[in-house]
Design a protein around this ligand. Structure first.
Ligand code: GLA
Length: 338
């Protein structure tokens, strides 16, 4: 074993919850996610010629030979994310180790992006967060075939502890905004694993692109521009993106001023827009939001991420106790030498 191979490494990549600004990233809009304390951890050492990983949540271990030529065919299925990253990185050294995760899979908290980023870090990815985020996004596209945006990867790589991150997907600028002490965010699992997310996500994205062909970049368009779109469905998708970008801007101001009531109201409006104009909610998510909003001291609740199942994020006063995860912004993914 060489000196490089004997060094033990640990990569920790948190999940993310998007507080507001969903289905805006791939249109060059705005979003405001924060990382959560639940994370995926990979620990082990570099080895030549292969990646071998055992997982605490997957029955089958993974063995990938390097270089990876066809990552989409890796088995078992979770290996596609790992192989996708190795393929994109073209790393000369592989890795032998264990994966453990406190992130529920398929719940909309970016467990796949956390895995990709942890793999990229243990394989030696370096450089600015945007570069690693793009590499992991490409791996995600290979693994799932879903044309997802950069939200998950940028949130996980570009966040500071204690702050949410305002991301402008046009300029690709990130701004940390401290979460006020009076705000408490909660994440609640609807119990419904995401369904139909692949094909429906791609359809939504292409409807938004059709709208942009007619009225230009949606984040810079105005609601009055929608009269130029005759297809009602396409117009509704565009209305969501245009109005959601406005809400993200306003929500950022409420975080800065500590106005919990206005912040909650914006989250509720965002949820309604995702339900009515973007049509990505489900009966399970609706029930979850309804139950939460009936609790005194809860100011806002919305589905978070792609929708079609997964989690709801709620904003409550500190004194409130809910049956879910109380989440504080945990900061970015990191690599440690043990
Ligand atoms: C998924 C995608 C992101 C983003 C969200 C919706 O999480 O991976 O790129 O589009 O859905 O906001």
């Amino acid at each position: 074993m060489s000196a490089t191979e004997s060094v033990r490494l640990r990569a920790t990549a948190p999940g993310r919850v998007n507080l507001i600004g969903d289905h805006t990233d791939y249109m060059g809009g705005l979003a405001l996610p924060m990382t959560v304390p639940m994370a995926t951890v990979i620990e082990g050492h570099r080895v030549a010629g292969r990646i071998s990983l055992r997982s605490d949540s997957e029955a089958e271990p993974l063995e990938v030979l390097l270089p990876v030529m066809d990552p989409a065919r890796a088995r078992p299925p979770w290996g596609r994310y790992v192989a996708g990253v190795a393929n994109q990185l073209g790393a000369p050294l592989g890795f032998d180790g264990e994966v453990r995760s406190t992130l529920p899979a398929g719940a909309g908290l970016s467990s796949s992006a956390a895995l990709e980023i942890a793999v990229a870090l243990v394989l030696g990815a370096s450089g600015p967060p945007l570069e690693i985020a793009r590499l992991c996004q490409a791996a995600e596209h290979i693994a799932t075939g879903v044309p997802s945006g950069l939200l998950d990867q940028l949130a996980i790589l570009g966040s500071e502890p204690g702050s949410a991150t305002l991301i402008d997907f046009d300029s690709l600028q990130l701004e940390s905004i401290p979460v006020p002490e009076t705000f408490q965010f909660w994440v609640l699992d609807s119990g419904q694993r995401r369904q139909l997310v692949g094909s429906e996500y791609a359809t939504r994205r292409s409807e938004c692109e059709q709208a942009a062909q007619l009225i230009g970049p949606l984040p810079r368009a105005d609601i009055s521009d929608l009269t130029a779109i005759s297809d009602e469905v396409v117009a509704a998708r565009a209305r969501h993106v245009i109005s959601e970008c406005g809400r993200v801007r306003e929500f950022a101001s409420t975080l800065r001023s500590g106005d919990i009531r206005s912040a909650g109201r914006l989250m509720n409006l965002s949820h309604q827009s995702l339900r009515d104009d973007f049509e990505v909610s489900t009966p399970a998510l609706e029930r979850c939001v309804e139950v939460l909003l009936a609790v005194p001291g809860v100011h806002g609740a919305r589905l978070t991420g792609a929708g079609f199942g997964g989690c709801v994020v709620a904003l409550a006063e500190r004194r409130v106790e809910l049956n879910g995860w109380r989440v504080e912004p945990s900061g970015s993914a990191r690599l440690e030498i043990l």
